[in-house]
Design a protein around this ligand. Structure first.
Ligand SMILES: [Zn+2]
Ligand SMILES: [Zn+2]
Length: 240
C-alpha cells in the first residue's frame, strides 16, 4: 500500500515509463507493454563470456577457446535493445540517475544465481576517467554497483580500480582498435584490498568485452583471485 505522501508525489510528479514515456501507476519501472519487450539472456550461452548462442547446448564459444579472457565469467541481464536501451540512454546521458535502483533490481533478479556461485568478496565498478566523470557528473557503473552492493550485502569500492588514461569512446571502433584504445588505461590502487579476493566487476553495457577484459587483466595481475563480470545489457547481432 502506498502512503498518502507517496500518492501526493505521484499526483504532482507522475511516474513515466522510460521505455515509451507513458504515465504509469504500477511499481514496475517499465509499463506492461515495455516489460514484455525486455529480452532476458538465457541459455544456451558461452559459460565464459556469456554470449547468447543461437541453438544447441551451452558451450565455450570460439573466441573464448582461442583467447580465454582474464575474467572467469561474464553475464548480462538482458539484450541491449528496445525499452532497455532507452532506459540506459536516459540513465546515462540524460542524467535520470533515479533509474539506478530499478535497473539494479532487474540485474539482481536475473543474475543472483551467477553472483551467488561466484562467491564474491567485493564489488568494483568499471571506472570512468576523471575528465569524463566531471563532464557527466556521475559514473553510471558506480551508481549500479552501489545499488547492487546494497541489495546483495556485498561491499563496494570505487577507488581501487581507476582509469588513468583518457581514451576516445569505443563506439564504432573495430575490436583491434578497441584493444589498442584501452591498453594500459586502467590501474589498480591499493592492491592489498583485492589480494586473493573474488571481485564482481560491474558495468552498464557489454559490447565486445574489451573494456571489462582489460580491467580484469590489471585486477588479476594485482593479485585478485578471480574476476566475475556482470552488466545490465549486452549488444547482440545474432538472432534470438
Ligand atoms: Zn512503456
Ligand atoms: Zn565465449
Amino acid at each position: 500500500m502506498k502512503g498518502p505522501l507517496n500518492s501526493l508525489i505521484d499526483l504532482f510528479f507522475p511516474k513515466t515509463c522510460p521505455g515509451c514515456g507513458r504515465v504509469i501507476s504500477s511499481d514496475n519501472f517499465l509499463c506492461k507493454d515495455c516489460s514484455k519487450e525486455l529480452i532476458f539472456i538465457r541459455p544456451p550461452l558461452c559459460p565464459i563470456c556469456g554470449i547468447p548462442l543461437e541453438f544447441g547446448e551451452s558451450h565455450i564459444c570460439g573466441k573464448c577457446l582461442i583467447k580465454p579472457p582474464f575474467f572467469k565469467a561474464a553475464r548480462s541481464c538482458a539484450l541491449y535493445q528496445g525499452p532497455l536501451s532507452k532506459s540506459i540512454s536516459l540513465f546515462k546521458y540524460e542524467g535520470v540517475t533515479a533509474l539506478a535502483r530499478p535497473l539494479s533490481l532487474i540485474m539482481i533478479r536475473a543474475l543472483s544465481p551467477f553472483i551467488e556461485k561466484a562467491n564474491v568478496d567485493l564489488i568494483l565498478p568499471v571506472p570512468l576517467h576523471i575528465k569524463r566523470l566531471r563532464q557527466r557528473g556521475f559514473n553510471q557503473a558506480m551508481l549500479l554497483a552501489r545499488q547492487l552492493g546494497k541489495g546483495l550485502g556485498i561491499p563496494v569500492n570505487g577507488f581501487i580500480l581507476k582509469k588513468v588514461k583518457e581514451t576516445p569512446p569505443q563506439v564504432g571502433l573495430s575490436q583491434k582498435k578497441r584493444l589498442k584504445n584501452v591498453k594500459g588505461s586502467f590501474k589498480v590502487f591499493s592492491k592489498k584490498e583485492i589480494e586473493d579476493k573474488n571481485i564482481l566487476l560491474v558495468d552498464d553495457v557489454f559490447t565486445t568485452g574489451t573494456t571489462v577484459n582489460e580491467c580484469s587483466k590489471v585486477l588479476v595481475e594485482a593479485g585478485a583471485r578471480g574476476v566475475f563480470v556482470i552488466t545490465l545489457a549486452r549488444t547482440y547481432e545474432g538472432k534470438r
